[in-house]
Design a protein around this ligand. Structure first.
Ligand SMILES: Cc1ncc(COP(=O)(O)O)c(C=O)c1O
Length: 262
């Protein structure tokens, strides 16, 4: 037995006996803070192509990713092209896909950028920026240059009040602290001589972004983009070769350098 959803809910929603809200297609509306509901058209396309991707006679999961110009490579090209088009990514930036979610980038960012200066400035807005800073502290010197703990995570101080270093490799922000619910609605301007890095896991594609203000943007798939695990990384060309020597020499995981994903 389904009942009509309470006033204020999206039109056409009904509540099933299990308490889940369902649209006309019978799919549950997922309001979880984790992965969001994916578009029905997208899910239907995936379902249709799972066994036989675009008439190739096999599913995409069964194909080699090393097949130059093959279906997997073409799909990756198309996806990065779509990201470029939707976000207006300038030509001097790479659009890359990593495994390991945003947690992987908490380490990959310092390891890839600490080559010239082993210092990182972190703007702390809640859980995720704190985790990012703690991870980076394993590879260099990190400092909280602003911290919303003092105001109960209710607002970010303006950039000119951040205690920025003159010699840090980058300034790291999280444009939406998913747990505390604290968001930056504008792209911070740290000036042309500083590299701005942002965790945009729960904000990318929710508003226009001025990409050229950033050196690196990363967004784990498991929030705004789709399934968890994959991480989208947008990095400016000049930052591809600023990694720590052990990363350059591939002493650490060979998949870690930004440049190995280009
Ligand atoms: C802002 C933000 N950063 C990082 C993460 C961690 O992402 P992952 O679990 O994919 O590493 C999340 C959510 O889980 C998040 O909301």
């Amino acid at each position: 037995m389904e009942t009509v959803a309470p006033p204020g809910w999206a039109p056409g929603l009904a509540v099933g006996e299990d308490g889940c809200a369902r649209g006309g297609s019978g799919r549950a509306h997922n309001f979880s803070a984790g992965p969001a509901m994916l578009d029905t058209e997208v899910m239907t396309y995936i379902q249709k192509n799972l066994l036989n991707y675009q008439g190739c006679g096999m599913g995409i999961h069964e194909m080699s990713h090393r097949d130059v110009n093959g279906p997997v490579a073409a799909m990756m090209e198309r996806t990065s092209g779509n990201v470029r088009r939707l976000l207006g990514v300038p030509d001097n930036y790479r659009v890359l896909f990593f495994q390991g979610g945003a947690h992987g980038q908490f380490a990959a960012v310092p390891l890839n950028l600490f080559g010239k200066s082993g210092k990182g400035d972190y703007v702390i807005g809640g859980n995720w920026s704190t985790k990012a800073m703690n991870e980076a502290s394993k590879y260099g010197e990190v400092r909280a240059v602003a911290d919303t703990t003092t105001n109960g995570h209710t607002y970010y101080a303006p950039v000119d009040e951040w205690d920025l270093s003159d010699d840090s490799a980058y300034v790291h922000v999280c444009t939406n602290e998913t747990v505390q619910g604290l968001a930056m609605h504008e792209d911070p301007d740290v000036g042309p001589n500083r590299v701005l890095v942002s965790d945009m896991t729960s904000s990318l594609f929710s508003r226009p972004v001025d990409i050229k203000k950033y050196g690196v943007i990363y967004a784990s798939g498991g929030k705004n983009l789709g399934p968890a695990g994959c991480c989208l990384v947008i990095v400016r060309d000049d930052l591809l070769e600023q990694s720590l020597p052990q990363v350059r020499r591939r002493c650490l995981k060979p998949s870690l350098p930004f440049s190995s994903h280009c």
